[in-house]
Design a binder for this molecule. Structure first.
Ligand code: BTN
Length: 252
């Protein structure tokens, strides 16, 4: 059934009470020839998926949404998309939080949203080749009422922070923020978002550990470059450019 009516131009959405995974449904849509701009949202997921093959426990009350994009060509590398999405989710959650709680809302490179170090949102981006080009599914799970434990660090939800919000209300903010940030990325690449990103990043200027598939580094999180890569200052003074990996902070 159609979801909330007031979506930005070029987007439409479907709502389902129960699904396996909104990412799965959006991918099915892509294979069936759905055009770009489709949001699939669900009340709960029976087999919600997280990154690295993990499960995403999805009880009713939280927001589960996936956006299908079908793009002939991307404005930047696909690796920048998680950063674009994280920024949009940050915008959407900021709009809900009272000003006092906003400074603690930070993005953990490349794409987790944390409040005071506790995970509030997970993002899972998947690609799928279709006849019209490259299909990309952006899955967003945002903790509104529950925070099932996620691997690695503590979790929280907006109600626990004193900000109860319905999935509908949150989704309306998210859909607008995504449309805006995607448009900025399309016209200016990651460089157009870099300043905003840096001002919301957790751990900038602090010592971090970076875990990559085949290596691990320690250093100071010095900056992000115009492509969204993390620049890490190593103990020997060299600057390492990190394009993918997980980061860990000394203080949670
Ligand atoms: C993570 O591991 O941090 C990413 C979690 C992504 C969860 C969302 S919920 C909506 C969409 N559907 C899924 O099955 N996963 C994503």
């Amino acid at each position: 059934q159609p979801d909330i009516p007031a979506l930005p131009d070029g987007f439409r959405s479907l709502f389902f009470e129960t699904v396996t995974s909104t990412n799965e449904l959006a991918k099915e849509g892509a294979r069936a020839g759905e055009p770009t701009g489709l949001w699939v949202r669900a009340g709960r997921q029976e087999s919600g998926r997280g990154r690295q093959g993990r499960q995403w426990v999805s009880p009713p009350g939280n927001l589960y949404a996936s956006l299908l994009l079908v793009e002939p060509a991307l404005p930047g590398t696909i690796g920048q998309l998680p950063l674009v999405v994280a920024l949009a989710v940050h915008d959407a959650v900021s709009a809900i939080l009272p000003p006092m709680l906003r400074p603690a809302l930070e993005i953990k490179w490349p794409n987790d949203l944390l409040h005071d170090g506790a995970k509030l949102c997970g993002i899972l981006i998947e690609g799928e080749k279709v006849a019209a080009g490259q299909a990309i599914v952006i899955g967003i799970g945002l903790n509104l009422r529950h925070h099932p434990q996620t691997a690695g660090y503590p979790a929280t939800d907006l109600a626990a922070l004193g900000c109860p919000v319905t999935p509908e209300e949150m989704f309306a903010h998210l859909a607008r923020a995504m449309a805006r940030r995607l448009a900025e990325w399309r016209s200016g690449g990651f460089a157009a978002l870099r300043e905003a990103w840096i001002s919301r990043a957790r751990g900038l200027g602090l010592p971090i550990r970076v875990r990559m598939p085949r290596a691990e580094f320690e250093g100071v999180f010095e900056a992000l470059d115009s492509e969204g890569h993390l620049l890490l200052r190593l103990a020997d003074g060299r600057l390492e450019t990190v394009s993918a990996g997980d980061i860990f902070f000394a203080t949670g």
